[in-house]
Design a protein around this ligand. Sequence first.
Ligand code: COA
Length: 148
Amino acid sequence: MIKIKKFKKGDERKLSYLSRKCIVLINSKDITKKETAILYNHFTPGRFIQDAKRFKIYVAEYNNKIAGTATFDEGWIRAVFVNPIFHEKGIGKELMMHLEKIAKKFGFRSVNLKSSPFAKNFYNKIGYKKIKDIKGEVGHMILMKKKL
Ligand SMILES: CC(C)(COP(=O)(O)OP(=O)(O)OC[C@H]1O[C@@H](n2cnc3c(N)ncnc32)[C@H](O)[C@@H]1OP(=O)(O)O)[C@@H](O)C(=O)NCCC(=O)NCCS
């Protein structure tokens, strides 16, 4: 059973762990070692605490275990990660649907994100369209948009 909750203090270690697990096991295949290190070093437990002060961070639970996260920041969806042991169970889609609902509630008519190469077809499947390729300090990303 999937439940989406708001981030609360105490979640940060598990969110850091599952994000870093995705970065090391999955995203690292498409980027350099340096880019992987930048991403890995970004997603500390402290980063989630800091970001929770400015953005809306959501946590997905699967059978009462923390399994994924996504952040909403003024029309942007960021830091979407699902623990690889829970992939392909509908958790990512449920998180995205939740954030899109929040975006709508706050009056946004579209949402943007920067997709990893790995996640591009996932986002395509749930209605996101590619705007352009971008090259940042964490490698190749795909700017995508969905009209709500
Ligand atoms: C991308 C990610 C969030 C998807 O999470 P998930 O919980 O496995 O996705 P879901 O189970 O909700 O998948 C929904 C649908 O997309 C499909 N899908 C999931 N990941 C996919 C992928 N990488 N490529 C193509 N299709 C994918 C599923 O098969 C499912 O299809 P269905 O509706 O026909 O059954 C997860 O793979 C992840 O954390 N990846 C690593 C981190 C990452 O790259 N995050 C994005 C940063 S921008």
